[in-house]
Ligand binder design. Sequence first.
Ligand SMILES: NC(=O)c1ccc[n+]([C@@H]2O[C@H](COP(=O)([O-])OP(=O)(O)OC[C@H]3O[C@@H](n4cnc5c(N)ncnc54)[C@H](O)[C@@H]3O)[C@@H](O)[C@H]2O)c1
Length: 248
Amino acid sequence: MILEAKVAIVTGGARGIGRGIALALAKEGATVAIADVRDATPVVDEIERRGGRATSDRCDIRQSGEVDAFVAQTAQAFGTVDILVNNAMAARVGVPISELTDSDIDLALTTGPTATLYFMRACYPHLVGKGRVINLRSGSEMSGIPGYTAYLAGKAAVAGITRNAAREWGRDGITVNAICPFALSESAQATFDASPGMLDAIYGQLSLPRTGDPEADIGRTVVFLAGPDASYITGCTIAVDGGGTFVS
Ligand SMILES: NC(=O)c1ccc[n+]([C@@H]2O[C@H](COP(=O)([O-])OP(=O)(O)OC[C@H]3O[C@@H](n4cnc5c(N)ncnc54)[C@H](O)[C@@H]3O)[C@@H](O)[C@H]2O)c1
């Protein structure tokens, strides 16, 4: 168990990729604290049934006060925070730029880069000397998809945060990396249901034409980046998307 005695915060761990990441981290011994607006109790129960340790609380990641309280409460309960996974994000997609509402733009930017910075800022004192930050990017930010501009603006900002934080925090003993995932989460499934043919088109572009498994593929990559074998890796992005994205 390579993450024994580590404490990890996972945002958006109630479902989808975040759930897979939470399960994978707990399986390696980390105590996992899930921050989500959705009820994450079923994921906590699943981790405990498997013999792991987890907790969850309602936290709207767009509200800095709620983020600060969640981080303080986690550190108080478990002694520190070693690993931060900024996974949660929400956006309305399939909307042309000319039809984006103020709230569409606000949602993508506040749940993406703003929330990522809120959590990084709040976790910093705990991360100094040993911390690992893993941010969720998107490969489509590099290739582009019409109708995804607000979402991908948020992801591009998360990419910039990842690179710059790696520079700024290296001397503090904190690594900051990112993952571009592909998995059939609930929200991804809803997108594909609304756009017939889109999933087949994506399969056509993948080198490995299958969807990723949130726990076995994406969760295990987070475990690697959070674990001892990745101590000399920072500022990097790993695409865990079947060869859909080549990050160079
Ligand atoms: N699914 C994919 O193939 C894919 C591809 C590229 C990038 N990503 C990225 O991976 C991450 C996870 O994706 P997913 O498909 O599992 O998403 P999802 O929508 O299925 O799950 C997101 C989780 O975040 C939570 N959340 C949303 N807004 C929140 C808020 N304001 N406060 C707290 N929690 C909030 C939701 O309740 C949910 O549990 C996201 O950052 C997404 O952009 C996913």
